[in-house]
Design a binder for this molecule. Structure first.
Ligand SMILES: [Ca+2]
Ligand SMILES: [Ca+2]
Length: 111
């Protein structure tokens, strides 16, 4: 009976870890996969792009292409910063893939 309880606890821990990893890795803008999209993601992505030591492995590339152009470049942290700051037209990620809701939402090609 103790083995069954122990095995059940191990399975629950593994399932919890699996769900947590998946939840953290599927959020566009969550550059460091910590489950939150915040200004630290902009900092980490910027430092990664600038080649700072220690940032090589911190970036989840699937969450860092903020305009879905297939590249992670200096445009992406700018988009994320504007998204976090609530700039008009940057509410939905990936940026540039949704048609503007109204003419007032349209921002002519910044990039
Ligand atoms: Ca994050
Ligand atoms: Ca990009």
């Amino acid at each position: 009976m103790k083995k069954l309880i122990g095995l059940t606890i191990v399975i629950c821990i593994l399932l919890t870890a699996f769900v947590s990893v998946n939840a953290a890795t599927n959020t566009l803008g969550d550059v460091d996969s910590n489950g939150s999209v915040n200004p630290m993601d902009v900092v980490i992505l910027t430092r990664h792009l600038a080649g700072w030591d220690g940032y090589e492995d911190m970036v989840n590339t699937a969450n860092s292409d903020l305009n879905a152009d297939g590249n992670i470049d200096p445009v992406d942290p700018v988009i994320l910063a504007r998204h976090l700051a609530g700039w008009q037209g940057y509410g939905e990620l990936p940026y540039g893939t949704q048609a503007p809701a109204t003419d007032d939402d349209y921002i002519p090609g910044i990039w």
